[in-house]
Design a protein around this ligand. Sequence first.
Ligand code: DAH
Length: 348
Amino acid sequence: MTYQNAEIAKIAEVLKSRIVEGASLLRSPELKSLFDAIKTIDPSERSAYGQEINKLKVELQDLIDASEDSQLATQSPIDVTAPFDINTPKSKRPQLLSVEQGSIHPLMTELELVLGIFNRMGFTAVESRQIDDDYHMFESLNFPEDHPARDDYDTFMTVEKDKNGKQFIAPAHTSNMQNRVLRDNKANLENGEPIAVLLPGRVYRNEDLDARHEHTFHQFEGVYVDKGIHAGNLLATFKTFLSEYYQQDVEIKSQPFYFPFTEPSFELALSCPFCQKQGCSICSHTGWIELLGMGMVHPNVLKEAGIDPLVYTGFAWGCGLERLVMLKYGIEDIRHFESAKIEFLRQF
Ligand code: DAH
């Protein structure tokens, strides 16, 4: 390419000798000076001059692309970690926005810790689901039809029924997975191994919202079945987990409760990790914090999954993840988690 204007021709030579510098050449002071000079050019020549500098820009861009392509030809063709095909010339690659990059949500960071602790105790994990049916939410869990205990769950369900007359349910607890994992892992028992599964999931309840109640939250369910399992195993397992999670010795206290799917059922309280049972505002000056529901899997639940309750027994629990994390960090309002408030998220 030749240039009529002597200054353009001179700068073109200089810039073409520096093509390896890549796209930054297009922002070079030399090129800028040509553009800046437009105002000083005689109006009758201005248009021709303008066309020539634009031509120079295009020529430089083509040379830069060609040079990058030839450099890339010598590189490995696949980088599975790259966010685009690495054969794309640099100038055509997606530009990273110059905004802050995101980070992992604190609940997911904490869930990874929980999974890690239970994994080391021999539990595998199966994620729960976002939509389910009456059978898995209630019936397989020994909730008789029309039993008032169903009302405790403030369940969101579809108004419309499908062609089989079935309504769909946004799971209100992770216990909806119990029947599935008991069935799917029955073979373990026949092979002399326990069923040991952790079931993390997002759950939904049509609740009145306040600092302790949110319509969307997370639970992790634990299910453990084998020969000769008793409530002592359950309490020891959960105490070990809590001590690991809070990195301090904790005391636990169980009190009788009712769930249709466990017999006996307990509510577990934990010694307040903030005041070592001295009493503080977080534990309402009682020294104890009620944390979760648990119990020995009801024989009907085992039977429904095809497991003989006369041979095998097991325990289960359902723990709210938010509650656990709020206690760890002294978070005062559960609604922060789903609020997308950047000031909150930045603290983790
Ligand atoms: N599903 C119960 C709830 O959300 C919690 C629960 C209690 C789960 C006892 C269990 C259990 O597995 O054994 O309120």
